[in-house]
Design a protein around this ligand. Structure first.
Ligand code: AMP
Length: 504
């Protein structure tokens, strides 16, 4: 069995790892850290849950000295959630080396991020749009970059960040080391790898490594209208901390509304919900203030919570990659979990495809057996209980505010201008992709985007009026998934009052 000291990452990193309670490196760490420490570029095929963040963080922190004025490491991530998680893990790993880590992403105050960058830092973790915005303002300088990490490259392409990624790659010094990770290897991902790396070592974490033995996998045959009853049986079986995956946003909404109407505290995650609500839901779930999360794949991607007892595939996913990704939400950080997949008679052929992909069996259970499965995990329950107790202790030690401070009225809606874009649902984009694209190409934050309406070939996007001209210019000079998009001011809807005036 390999040890961390054999990875040649230095005593201080090893001390931080020991503080974090990691006892041995994961397979991707064993296979990629020594090569990375020797300076080789790395092309890693790895999903979340394999320890890939730890792998590239060890390499970047192990190969750079702390105390630089401008960053020596830049990590690109597709979403702010991932940027947050990565920066937290890198900060923990830096507790002895003292590297300073700053996270930068849209939707959060840019002035705070500017200030932190100006104070000097070693590592910047962020989304491509915000990284470029800060670079454009002259605050984020790439001259000292030695390590460039591209995390979840496939997802970045899905979100329309191709051009931003390529721009960032081209702006960093050619002498850099590049570490690129992707769960899937499409032609496009290979293209980026080919253009950004020199003779990279390819490390693929075998699927056996990804789906650990720690997740016990079952499937149950159900009729389409019988899924709810089986789900209730599972939930009644020890009240597990559970993530329920659905294939559509509508199904997530339906389940959420059904449970909420019964007075249950449940959370819903999908791409049409505003970011602040998604953040709030993830926080409540992570903090054990709610036990049930209902989600689509996209919204739950990268969800890294270590005390999930059960994953239910309410809708069986089509492809095995999605299956392994979903069930990997359980069995995190060395703890056991259970995954139960519902298959309708039409869907039972999907199970063999999962099994072939993972090289592992998914055990068939009957409806009755589901009721007796050991889903609840006493070890996890104890952790949850301890965390709740700790939080209550912290809450009760906070000073109580006596005076009743009148709540400020919510700010009136800011002045918005409606833009029309000649792209819509027929180009297979959704609201999330469109808003990410608008933000990344123009550098505006989430607070500058209002409602989005989508037709099949056109869309309307509300943006803060003072940024409208910039946004139009930015959209008209970039591409979304390789396609040019035309943006303009939307023709104004005439107000009733004006029509009456005309008539008078
Ligand atoms: P990732 O694949 O980077 O999303 O990591 C999955 C989870 O495993 C995170 O919670 C990490 O903190 C944790 N982790 C990474 N490496 C190790 C390790 N060697 N031992 C235990 N936990 C780890």
């Amino acid at each position: 069995m390999a040890t961390f000291s054999e990875l040649c990452i230095g005593k201080r990193l090893c001390a931080a790892i020991s503080d974090m309670g990691w006892t041995e490196p994961t397979p991707i760490q064993v296979r990629s850290v020594p090569e990375g420490m020797a300076g080789r570029d790395l092309f890693g095929q790895a999903q979340t849950g394999t320890g890939k963040t730890g792998a590239y963080a060890m390499i970047a922190l192990g190969r750079t000295r702390a105390g630089s004025r401008t960053p020596t490491t830049v990590v690109m991530t597709p979403t702010r959630e991932l940027a947050d998680q990565v920066s937290k893990e890198m900060r923990a790993l830096s507790s002895h080396t003292k590297h300073r880590v700053v996270a930068v992403y849209g939707g959060a105050s840019i002035s705070d991020q500017v200030q932190r960058l100006e104070e000097g830092c070693d590592v910047v973790v962020g989304t491509p749009g915000r990284i470029l915005d800060l670079h454009g303002r002259g605050v984020l300088v790439f001259d000292a970059v030695r390590e460039l990490v591209i995390d979840e490259a496939d997802r970045m392409l899905d979100m329309g960040f191709m051009e931003d990624m390529e721009t960032i790659i081209s702006l960093t010094p050619e002498s850099r080391q590049t570490l690129l990770y992707s769960a899937t290897l499409s032609e496009e991902v290979r293209g980026i790898a080919g253009r950004s790396m020199r003779d990279p070592v390819e490390v693929s974490v075998s699927r056996d490594d990804v789906v650990s033995d720690l997740v016990r996998q079952y499937y149950v045959e159900v009729k389409r209208n019988g899924k709810m009853d089986v789900l209730r049986d599972i939930m009644a079986n020890g009240d597990p901390k559970i993530v329920i995956f659905c294939s559509t946003k509508k199904m997530v909404d339906d389940l959420y509304e059904g449970f909420s109407a019964e007075g249950m505290r449940v959370g819903a995650l999908h791409g049409d919900l505003p970011q602040f609500r998604r953040d709030k839901t993830i926080r409540a779930f992570r903090d054990d203030r709610m036990n049930v999360l209902i989600a689509t794949d996209v919204a739950a991607r990268g969800l890294d919570i270590d005390n999930i007892e059960c994953v239910v595939n309410y809708d069986a996913p089509l492809d095995p990659e999605t299956y392994t990704h979903r069930i990997g939400r359980a069995g995190r950080a060395g703890r056991t979990g259970v995954a139960v997949t519902f298959v309708t008679p039409m869907e039972d052929r999907r199970i063999p495809s999962y099994e072939a992909y993972m090289g592992r069996e998914v055990e068939r259970v009957t409806r009755r057996q589901v009721q007796n499965l050991e889903i609840s995990n006493p070890e996890l329950k104890a952790i949850t209980k301890e965390r709740r107790r700790e939080r209550r202790r912290i809450e009760s030690s906070k000073p109580k505010v006596r005076a009743v401070i009148p709540k400020e009225k919510p700010a009136p809606p800011t002045d918005v201008t409606v833009l029309s874009l000649d792209i819509g649902k027929s180009s297979e984009i959704d609201r999330t992709t469109l808003s990410s694209y608008v933000m990344s190409c123009s550098g505006i934050g989430e607070g500058d985007i209002g409602r989005i309406g989508m037709g099949s070939d056109s869309s309307f996007v509300e943006v803060s009026s003072d940024r409208a001209a910039d946004v139009i210019r930015a959209i008209n000079s970039t591409k979304l998934r390789g396609r040019r998009v035309r943006a303009d001011y939307a023709p104004e809807k005439r107000k009733c009052r004006d029509k009456l005036k005309d008539r008078a």
